[in-house]
Write a protein that binds this ligand. Sequence first.
Ligand code: ZN
Length: 436
Amino acid sequence: MSPIDTETTAKDVLAYIDASPTPYHAVRETARRLSQQGYRALDEREPWSLQPGDRVYITRGDTSIAAFHLGTAPVDRAGFRLVGSHTDSPNLRLKPNPTISKNGYHQLGVEIYGGVLLSTWLDRDLSLAGRVLVHAGGRPAAHLVDFRRPLLRVPNLAIHLNRGVNTEGLKLNAQEHMVPVLGLESAGPADLRTLLVRELTSAGVRAEPGDILGYDLCLYDTQPSARSGANGEFLHAPRLDNLASCHSALSALLAMGRACEATCGVVLYDHEEVGSRSAQGAAGTFLRDCLQRLVLGHSDGRPDAYHRAIRNSFLVSADMAHAVHPNYASLHEPKHQPLMGGGPVIKSNVNQSYATDGESWAYFAGLCREAGVTPQHFVTRTDLGCGSTIGPITAAELGIRTVDVGSPMLSMHSIRELASAADVAAMIAVLQRFFS
Ligand code: ZN
């Protein structure tokens, strides 16, 4: 375990987020950090050979990743200690036939991914990043692209044409009003495939427009993350939900020195924002498949080894939490108002929107105590609905004891969110206790 420095941590989490404009890039950046520290990639299509103390990672669908530091004791006896988070954030994504020419403009048609706070995407310097599948003989080859420069914009309507906007609210129709402009017809053509080929070529990939067989492309804000606040206490960044938690989980795992008895791991899933039902989402088989194969390679080999391993295991579901908003404090439960900078939040909901119960809360509170951190509590107002996480889904899929926690933040699902540097450092400190 290494001590946590808030300054270094703040810089590092923002670098991680800026390197990860899409889930594809988040997985690539996570894998890069793991490889740099000696983790070895395992391929789900190959047999695995495992030794106690091994450090390995597995990716699925290019958007979910799991990493494990195998314990010194067989996993059926010592169990798994897992932290789960998600790599996806609400955003705009290109449709398969995106090209639109209208009123002299080139535009690109987009779908809305997850619960986007749509108004925050207006008047931003948007770029495009994701995965392009290129013809390569047999299987199409996947390449990540990132245009990096401002390329697109969803222009706001002038107030003169929308006089009631400040008092009646901005009403946005996702099909009609969220279509970004890509250029002017008078300035020349704007063919997406030609633009993609240019990006691929500059990345050293040879391709013709006709070679592009498919893609998964997301829009994102090009404004880099920043520190703010009178004392540098704030983090202004996109995708804090939930890349900040992915970063906390990963940083705690990478800070482990030698293996402990239990097998420690992180799983960063895609598709949380749209319900987790996918091959690599929390409701899919990804984690169970990984755990079953780890048990096969690292247990007494009896038929019930997996079941014993799961009953000896614990999952921390790490996802960002709502800090109290000073301008809307009445929307928060009066006795449960997490403060920014106040430390990790334990999230509870008796209707199982969160997986926390008294036992898992106590377990996490114990870790906080050992780390010298005081946890905060969140429940939603009794007359309001509640968000959810991968916590209850993974708990139900695996039958694993689970606690839902997160760092407090504001502006959740905005294109630019707000969290505190101290909370990120505190969360890493607690997760380091979990992995010790
Ligand atoms: Zn989230």
